[in-house]
Design a protein around this ligand. Structure first.
Ligand SMILES: NC(=O)c1ccc[n+]([C@@H]2O[C@H](COP(=O)([O-])OP(=O)(O)OC[C@H]3O[C@@H](n4cnc5c(N)ncnc54)[C@H](OP(=O)(O)O)[C@@H]3O)[C@@H](O)[C@H]2O)c1
Length: 329
């Protein structure tokens, strides 16, 4: 049964894929929620947050606007802030948002006397931070907020999802649907168990009041493990394009060479340095398994079938999809 939460929760990044779901999850549990959004966010997104009963606070982190008003009387401060990985503006790239905006939010929450901070980080961040600044930026936030929480005696919980259906997997689905093609890094044989945002949001909300889970790090994934190739094959099966599916290998050698050239150019250009960091992250993520405990019930095959149905109920194939992906029990 869902536990009712009465403490006030503040969610930064409330318009994002995960943040919006975290707001919905805490509201479903009865918690008063303050949702932080940038002032130029879409009207429809703001309307959805208002319909959930969240109080909206406008803070544009790129403009260094303060979080103080949003954090008044807040018990739990959750950050799902992230820059888009194509963002090149130095005020809103991953150094500015994933690192600096997160740190400011964490320190402001401590000053506001929150008793728990939850930060959503990446699955491979700790291991890949020495390989790419794209990961290191968020890990610096994990370190800084963690240190500050320990000094203040506040619980600090870190959630590290493998990959959301929205991201990795939707791109696979859309690429197979539009072009009949799917690209993998190297052989595409590394394994991952992607997870639905609703399942991560539920896990996060449950962790807040669970002494066994709060003040810890959690790597979380979904119920099925796939190789990267199998994700494309699953999309093709759902769309009845398996026979014609073209899986293209992106050569690791060429990715590494491009990252090296961009890295060298990065000595004089922040944009190139950012590009090199994102490429190195792609190489890392595409060449390492990302399999975590399953916190989810929602299955990728159902997500793909729902997407196919939403496009046109006749576009999906009803064959059994049981052969792809290995179930975590
Ligand atoms: N995507 C994945 O597969 C994945 C996997 C593992 C971990 N994660 C982590 O999970 C967390 C949430 O990811 P997500 O996919 O939900 O991210 P997302 O959809 O890109 O959402 C990011 C949020 O940050 C907000 N934001 C960005 N710049 C801002 C600014 N200047 N001021 C205020 N808000 C700003 C965005 O607002 P706007 O909507 O207005 O831009 C949005 O609400 C991140 O920490 C991410 O690193 C993601």
């Amino acid at each position: 049964m869902t536990e009712v939460v009465s403490d006030r929760v503040c969610v930064a990044g409330a318009t994002g894929y995960l943040g919006a779901r975290v707001v919905a999850e805490f509201r479903a549990r009865g918690a008063p929620v303050v949702a932080i959004v940038k002032d130029h966010s879409e009207a429809a997104t703001l309307a959805r947050l208002s319909e959930l009963g969240a109080t909206i606070a406008f803070v544009d982190a790129a403009l260094l606007e303060p979080y103080t008003a949003a954090l008044v009387d807040v018990a739990v401060a959750v950050t799902c802030l992230a820059s888009s990985n194509v963002q090149v503006d130095p005020r809103s790239d991953f150094w500015a948002i994933d690192r600096d905006a997160n740190i400011r939010f964490g320190l402001a929450a401590i000053s506001a006397s929150a008793w728990q901070i939850v930060l959503v980080a990446t699955f491979e961040g700790r291991e890949s931070r020495h390989f790419t600044e794209f990961s290191d930026a968020k890990e610096q936030a994990v370190d800084a907020i963690g240190d500050a929480c320990r000094s203040a005696g506040i619980a600090f919980t870190v959630i590290r999802p493998t990959a959301y259906f929205s991201d990795l997997t939707n791109r696979a689905f859309d690429s197979v649907r539009k072009n009949g093609r799917y690209r993998v890094i190297g052989a595409g044989s590394h394994r991952i168990n992607p997870v639905h945002g609703d399942d991560v949001a539920a896990f996060l909300a449950e962790s807040v009041n669970d002494p066994g889970r709060a003040d810890r790090e959690h790597k979380v994934g979904g119920p099925d493990v796939f190789t990267f190739r199998e994700i494309g094959e699953l999309a093709a099966d759902v769309l009845d394009k398996r026979e014609t599916l073209q899986i293209t290998r992106v050569s690791l050698l060429s990715l590494r060479a491009t990252a090296m050239i961009a890295g060298a150019a990065g000595i004089v250009s922040r944009k190139s340095r950012r590009f090199a960091a994102v490429l190195r992250w792609m190489i890392y993520a595409g060449t390492h398994d990302a399999v975590a405990q399953s916190c989810g019930r929602r299955r990728l095959s159902d997500e793909f079938m729902a997407k196919a149905d939403a496009l046109s109920p006749s576009s999906r194939c009803d064959r059994s999809l049981g052969g792809i992906g290995q179930r975590i029990r």
